[in-house]
Design a protein around this ligand. Structure first.
Ligand SMILES: Cc1ncc(COP(=O)(O)O)c(C=O)c1O
Length: 502
């Protein structure tokens, strides 16, 4: 139910903490108009009556009111531009504004995707360079920039691998293996490609290679298409057995697919091609600071070995012998297009800008800082929040993120959700919850936070632990300071209307 607009006489909080922001429809003001269109300077062509319906019932509202409406809404939003957002695996990091500047340059925004190659040499050069940067960071042969998100990259690469096996008379290879901690998009992408997925056990956070071998033997090596692995994985662990895993997979005649979502932890330190990957995707939002695609429209470029390259999507951006750039459609074994035109051009411009701005050394520093920040937090929190697989005494560190199961605090009667919600009161977005294991928080600070912010987060987490020691029940209604308090999460999932408590 929409609550009534406060009467004009009532005091109203001045910023984003207004209890209710009426919808723009409720602000309808007959006769008001937010913009004036220029006078018509061409002959009017009436729309045929058969195509006309009832006019949509849109509100009219003046420009200042429109601006205030959306400004109020944006002030209520929790965002990386306003707050710390340590969302494990999903990586919310600062997007440098130079990316936006580059993507907004008129020479890039006003071109048409169907212009002749000769007219858009600059744009093609940018795409080609992005391609080659991604190939060299991966240590693999050829990239496709078409996929519009990490998940779309997984789907596209599996299609490429499938096409490769089909061309080689091995269509029996339809099974994909993935660790039981895999990101949900991994099995989903397999299903979209018509492949079946088999979960491989993990031991202490790592792939259990005995279970991997057992499954291959039981299922039959010649039915296995690929093993999909995220490395470093979502528990923040880099699997040092990865080359051995690659050997096991290659011995079975299958391909090793790297979910490259966590490349920000290993940029310039190691290359997937060097540890045995045959194909991989990047999530440009997580590694190269672009807006997140969430299935699209972002960018999830893939990179593959030479033997898989002929099957990549078409067209491919290429550099000709005369140093000009072109779109190559002559790729007879290609799986075809997976995205209109050449992919998400504006996002790829941001990706190129970030890579150019960092340079090779800067990218390596990104990895170092991401890993250092996560280890700093884990080390400072572990006496109050058990950090899984983390033990500096035994030289067991985390990569860019870590997982805590705060059992001792949960045993005092609070729910994980209470801790997460209380963090909002401290100005921190809750970390990812209940994945890869139940009752865990997955924390990823990223490389873009200063030490002072990391310390503030530690202070907040420790203060919450102290609150639980004193009065666990006090967290049950958190957040206490936010505009929107507890939402009915089950109701929100099952019904489109959200019910507010408190
Ligand atoms: C490990 C992992 N794999 C795959 C994805 C899917 O990527 P996207 O959201 O870009 O489709 C994500 C999400 O960021 C992820 O964390």
């Amino acid at each position: 139910m929409v609550e009534p607009t406060p009467s004009s006489a009532a005091p109203v909080p001045t910023r984003g903490d207004r209890p209710v922001e009426p919808t723009i429809f409720e602000k309808h003001s007959p006769g008001a108009c937010a913009l004036t269109l220029p006078a018509l300077d061409v002959d009017e062509t009436p729309v045929p009556a058969a195509l006309m319906g009832d006019a949509p019932n849109l509100p009219t509202i003046s420009m200042p009111q429109v601006i205030r409406h959306y400004t109020h809404l944006s002030q209520r939003n929790f965002s990386i531009d306003g707050e710390f957002y340590p969302l494990g695996s999903c990586t919310m990091k600062h997007n440098p504004r130079i990316n936006e500047w580059a993507a907004g340059l008129p020479g890039l925004t006003s071109i048409h995707p169907l212009q002749d190659d000769e007219d858009v040499q600059g744009a093609l050069k940018l795409l080609y360079e992005t391609r080659t940067f991604l190939e060299s960071v991966a240590g693999l042969h050829e990239a496709s920039l078409q996929p519009a998100a990490g998940a779309h990259g997984e789907f596209t690469a599996l299609k490429v691998i499938h096409a490769y096996y089909k061309a080689n008379g091995q269509e029996r290879r339809t099974k994909v293996l993935a660790p039981d901690t895999a990101h949900g998009t991994n099995p989903a992408s397999c299903a979209m490609c018509g492949a079946s997925v088999i979960a491989v056990k993990t031991k202490n956070g790592y792939t259990d290679t005995d279970d991997l071998q057992r499954i291959i033997d039981e299922e039959g090596a010649d039915t296995i298409m690929a093993f999909m692995i995220t490395n470093p994985n979502t528990a923040g662990l880099f699997d040092k057995e990865i080359s051995r895993i690659a050997d096991i997979i290659h011995k079975a005649g299958a391909k090793l697919y790297l979910d490259g979502a966590n490349m920000n932890a290993i940029l310039g330190k190691t290359r997937p091609g060097d540890f045995g990957a045959d194909a991989m995707h990047y999530n440009t939002h997580k590694t190269f600071s672009t807006p997140h695609g969430c299935g699209g429209p972002g960018a999830g470029p893939i990179v593959v070995t030479k033997e898989l390259a002929p099957f990549l999507p078409s067209p491919q951006v290429v550099k000709r012998d005369d140093d000009s750039y072109a779109l190559d459609f002559d790729r007879p074994q290609s799986i075809g297009r997976v995205r209109a035109f050449f992919g998400q051009f504006g996002v790829l411009v941001r990706c190129w800008t970030y890579i150019r701005a960092c340079g090779a050394e800067g990218l390596e520093e990104v990895a170092e800082l991401a890993v250092l920040s996560a280890n700093y937090l884990a080390a400072r929190l572990r006496d109050r929040y058990d950090v899984l697989y983390f033990s500096p005494e035994d030289k067991r560190y985390c990569a860019h993120e870590f997982v805590t199961v705060p059992r001792a605090l949960l045993d005092k009667g609070v729910k994980l959700n209470d801790i997460a919600k209380r963090l909002i009161d401290y100005g921190v977005h809750p970390p990812t919850m209940h994945w890869p294991v139940h009752d865990c928080l997955m924390v990823e600070p990223t490389e873009t936070e200063p030490l002072s912010m990391l310390d503030r987060f530690v202070d907040a987490m420790r203060a919450i632990a102290d609150e639980i020691d004193c009065d666990p029940a006090s967290l049950a209604k958190a957040p206490l300071e936010a505009t929107v308090r507890r939402v009915d999460v089950v109701g929100a999932d099952r019904h489109p209307r959200v019910v507010f408590e408190g």
